[in-house]
Design a protein around this ligand. Structure first.
Ligand code: NAG
Ligand code: NAG
Ligand code: NAG
Ligand code: NAG
Ligand code: NAG
Ligand code: NAG
Ligand code: NAG
Ligand code: NAG
Ligand code: NAG
Length: 678
């Protein structure tokens, strides 16, 4: 038995603790997107320093913040865009002194682990600290950031899973209703084995959001750590953990569980708290598997299938109202531009200012009196909506903010004129570079790879992370704009909404979109779904890799086209031959093949076979994910009639469990399993 051994380690630990009095917090993980760097000695840096010292100084013994294990703060100077926002959260059961130590440590180490970042999160066993240049208070980020699994197997996986699910659910319910949004609970598994569970949200979340975050996170546990004796999924808004040994301080945890007592400092470190440290230090050889790359705020949403979509869309109105919460300053008024202002900004829509012509109208460059550059889209068709509906729609779409989406700044509605005002993105669109032999060379492989990843994250946000569920429906190279650093920004999203096409209906008579990018089910039957965007994204990936247009395919039905070209090379085991010749000198073989693989998965005929954007983002970020084999792309076997295909079992709505699972179970690059044809 391990118990005597465990106990002696415990004792050793105790002695050490009492001598050094300072227990070094155990670093677990950090996320610091490279893309968000600030310049040294900037205002932001000084605000960040103020923020971090404010967090530290609030984490002093006996302070209100530390007895609650949570504090949120911001530091700003005259320029509000340079504000630094931050919080710390200590695990509910740790003592005030442990919390203090951990926060102090985290605040001093976060700038070492994440130098010059505008946003960063660092996790320790006992606490975590997060800061950003954007306010995130009270906003639930339900996607887990990393996962750790105990490597030991449980004896009866099925019975264990049932017990785990029920226990976790119960713990989540209690935590969501507890003021500190924390709960820990144990349950008997066998006569000798006890299951210990612990869940926690940041206390700024509403009870509803906390529960939502926890349930979503818990739902991933079986995929990642199924059949294992322990596991945790940790995100920025909530985290869950279970083990078969007491990894938390039971006394302290019990004191917090309902009925919650009036706030009192948790007891100082007692022998019971020591296994906490030990849980990490050996017995269960825990491994960390990062499941998101830095920039990705969300990876794993949408594993719940279409029924959830429907449920959500029903809930939508309620959810939208909920948005009028903490930092909602977006109103119709703040978005409305005067027609005169727009006219002046664009030099009366002069041809010199014309940037291009899109499906929905002409686009002009403009300059506002304060010097801000804007892009102005003058809608050519009537939107089919009344003015009020239109304005409501604008308010919603203006709230969609993501670094890979072009930001809508406002609109103008006067008489017949309907005008949208966007941020100006300097580098034109992707097609401008990609399909021009002279300019192709400016897109080297790492830029193209960055673009693929950025577009995926932008669409994932539209599909999943924003509180609206937006299907783009016209994804193509000319709708991918590039900023000064060649970061992609998806444009023209929400047009279906603005044009008053019901997003929740399953099919439409009015097909928007562009030939060559439209999925077969959309083109032939007018059916659209998130998976039609996935199809377009697949075409986009293949175009980016090959530098060739998938053009006029539908007129030359069955003839050679990009998809069949790609498929043939793939089938023949020569995917690299697809690569744009201009890239031949410098590329990452792994990345290229992976992208082609993902591209082909996206253009499969059966929408159910196509991965979701969440899965795609995961696939792009994880070299150890095993991808399923693609089926022949849509339209290649054109003798099929589109609609008979639906007799296939509806697999894949809960997408690619196998993929996710194998990601979790392979822990380092040595276990990369990539499956390629032949
Ligand atoms: C991010 O930074 C790490 C380490 O500094 C580096 O290895 C990695 O290539 C960077 N990623 C990008 C996309 O710049
Ligand atoms: C935060 O920083 C990012 C990256 O530099 C930037 O894109 C974003 O606009 C900033 N947000 C605010 C509110 O300033
Ligand atoms: C930042 O400020 C410090 C001290 O004021 C100075 O030594 C350093 O050179 C500055 N760094 C930059 C990049 O300006
Ligand atoms: C937190 O710190 C700030 C400045 O460091 C201080 O003004 C404030 O009173 C502190 N708040 C608490 C709750 O201790
Ligand atoms: C920063 O915090 C103060 C109180 O600490 C609050 O009044 C202010 O609104 C906050 N600023 C922002 C931009 O959230
Ligand atoms: C973390 O902080 C401690 C004490 O503040 C320091 O000794 C240690 O070197 C830091 N580690 C890193 C990686 O920055
Ligand atoms: C756990 O079970 C899997 C198969 O289900 C096996 O491959 C693995 O070696 C087992 N691990 C341990 C630690 O027993
Ligand atoms: C846990 O709760 C979720 C959502 O309410 C539910 O779908 C699931 O079946 C529950 N699991 C167990 C084991 O009770
Ligand atoms: C677990 O079993 C012990 C004794 O076997 C019992 O005293 C205890 O009440 C049980 N706990 C739960 C939560 O069922």
């Amino acid at each position: 038995m391990q118990f005597p051994l465990k106990f002696s380690i415990t004792l050793v630990y105790l002695c050490l603790l009492s001598i050094t009095t300072e227990s070094q917090p155990t670093h677990l993980f950090n996320i610091c997107p490279n893309s968000t760097t600030y310049t040294r000695n900037s205002t932001f840096q000084s605000n960040l320093n103020i923020l971090l010292s404010s967090l530290t100084s609030n984490a002093t013994l006996n302070s209100y913040a530390v007895t609650n294990g949570f504090y949120y703060s911001n530091a700003s100077s005259s320029n509000p865009t340079e504000t630094a926002y931050g919080l710390f959260l200590c695990r509910g059961d740790v003592s005030a002194s442990t919390c203090q130590d951990c926060v102090t440590f985290a605040a001093s180490n976060i700038t070492h682990y994440c130098p010059v970042r505008k946003e960063a999160t660092i996790w320790y066993e006992q606490c975590f600290l997060r800061y950003s240049n954007e306010s995130f208070f009270s906003i639930a980020d339900t996607s887990p950031s990393f996962v750790m699994c105990n490597t030991n197997n449980v004896s009866e996986p099925e019975r264990f899973n049932d017990l785990l699910g029920a226990t976790m659910n119960d713990t989540a319910t209690r935590a969501s209703n507890a003021p500190r949004r924390f709960s820990a609970k144990k349950a008997n598994f066998t006569a000798f084995q006890t299951l210990y569970s612990l869940v926690q949200c940041t206390p700024d979340l509403s009870s509803f959001d906390c529960n939502r975050c926890l349930l979503e996170t818990i739902s991933y546990l079986p995929q990642y750590c199924g059949g294992k004796q322990g596991g945790r999924l940790v995100g920025r808004s909530c985290n869950v953990r279970y083990e078969m040994y007491p990894f938390y301080d039971e006394t302290a945890a019990a004191a917090l569980d309902p009925p919650p007592p009036p706030v009192s400092p948790p007891p100082p470190a007692s022998p019971g708290s020591v296994p906490t440290e030990k849980g990490k230090s050996g017995v269960s050889s825990v491994k960390i598997i990062a499941i998101v790359a830095p920039v990705v705020v969300s990876v794993l949403l949408f594993v719940m299938g279409y029924c959830f979509i429907t449920r959500r869309s029903k809930k939508k109105s309620g959810v939208v109202q909920e948005e009028t919460g903490v930092h909602d300053i977006t109103t119709v008024k703040s978005l409305q531009f005067d027609f005169k202002t727009i006219e002046a900004a664009t030099n009366s829509f002069s041809d010199d200012n014309k940037l291009g012509e899109g499906g929905f109208g002409e686009v002009y460059k403009g300059t506002l009196p304060m010097g801000q550059e804007i892009a102005v889209k003058r809608l050519s068709r009537s939107s089919g909506q009344g003015a009020e509906e239109f304005m409501n729609e604008m308010v919603l779409v203006a709230k969609l903010q993501h670094r890979n989406l072009v930001r809508l700044l406002g609109f103008c509605l006067e008489g017949e004129e309907k005008i949208l005002v966007y941020e100006f993105v300097p580098n034109k669109s992707l097609d401008y570079f990609l399909f021009d032999p002279e300019k192709q060379g400016q897109l080297n492989w790492s830029t193209r790879y960055k673009i693929i990843g950025g577009v995926a994250r932008g669409i994932l946000y539209l599909h999943e992370d924003s509180r609206l569920r937006i299907i783009h429906r016209d994804l193509k190279c000319s709708n991918i704009l590039l900023d000064g650093d060649m970061n992609p920004k998806v444009s023209d999203f929400g047009m279906a909404r603005i044009f008053g096409v019901d997003q929740t209906q399953a099919s439409t008579n009015r097909i928007v979109g562009t030939y060559g990018y439209m999925s077969p089910e959309y083109l032939m039957r007018g059916q659209f779904s998130l998976k039609s965007d996935v199809y377009s994204f697949g075409v986009l990936i293949l175009e980016i890799i090959t530098g060739k247009k998938n053009s006029s395919f539908y007129q030359t039905y069955g003839a050679t086209n990009l998809l069949s070209h790609a498929w043939k090379h793939w089938r023949d085991g020569a995917p690299l031959e697809l690569l744009d010749p201009i890239l031949r000198d410098s590329y990452s073989r792994n990345e290229v093949i992976r992208c082609i693989h993902i591209g082909l998965l996206c253009v499969q005929e059966d929408p159910a076979d196509r991965p979701t954007l969440a899965t795609i983002v995961l696939m792009l970020n994880s070299y150890s994910a095993t991808l399923p084999l693609p089926q022949e792309p849509a339209f290649l076997s054109h003798t099929r009639t589109g609609s008979t295909e639906s007799s296939m079992p509806t697999k894949g709505l809960v997408p690619d469990q196998s993929t996710i699972k194998s990601t979790a179970s392979s822990v380092d690059d040595s276990s990369i399993t990539e499956v390629y044809p032949r």
